[in-house]
Design a protein around this ligand. Structure first.
Ligand code: SF4
Length: 191
């Protein structure tokens, strides 16, 4: 069946009028105050903490509302000079990043050759990462090339920044990697 522009508009109008909201809208009733009131109740008595969306380096400002230490709402901060309170679809869904039954909240470690993951302490995991970084650097460090050129580098490690890191954190990361002698440094946003 071929639909012309006029047919499509007529169909869309009658479909809208067939729903409760469409019916109310057809009567000239606006739901905006009710929606605003519901939003107001949701964050009533909540503590507001300014933060930054962690999803990309744009770094849009957010307001996190908590009640008894539990997040009840996250929205854009109108004071943000570049986003002025708006968030892109990823940022607008940020609440689900925190309040999500699938979120990993513990450190998982799979030993070499093992098939199962083990829950380990964060402190242990941080020490293990540091230990392996130091060992790898010590084992592979090249001070000079065969022709005598000073390079002070290791080709055995690769630094990969994530698009969820903001510009400042990426800057600190690459300083850290370069300080270790790592020369293969990239960011996921460029891949
Ligand atoms: S993901 Fe979207 S909301 Fe978050 S910082 Fe980037 S542009 Fe802003």
């Amino acid at each position: 069946m071929q639909l012309g522009r006029r047919d499509f508009l007529q169909l869309a109008t009658s479909a809208g009028a067939g729903t409760a909201i469409g019916g109310l809208a057809g009567l000239g009733v606006t739901l905006a105050p009710a929606v605003a009131r519901a939003q107001e109740l949701r964050i009533k008595d909540a503590k507001t903490t300014p933060s930054i969306c962690p999803f990309c380096s744009v770094g849009c400002a957010t307001l996190i509302h908590t009640v008894d230490g539990k997040i009840v709402n996250i929205e854009g901060d109108p004071r943000s000079p570049h986003s002025e309170g708006t968030l892109c679809p990823k940022g607008a869904a940020i609440y689900q990043l925190h309040m999500n039954p699938n979120r990993a909240t513990k450190v998982l470690h799979r030993k070499p050759g093992a098939s199962d993951w083990e829950v380990v302490e964060l402190e242990w995991a941080m020490d293990r990462v540091a230990e392996l970084v130091k060992k790898t650097r010590d084992d592979t460090f090249i001070e000079k090339l065969p022709n005598g050129k000073l390079v002070n580098m290791t080709p055995a490690m690769f630094g990969l920044g994530g698009a969820t890191l903001d510009s400042e954190f990426n800057h600190v990361c690459q300083k850290f990697w370069r300080g270790l002698g790592v020369v293969a440094i990239e960011n996921q946003a460029r891949i």
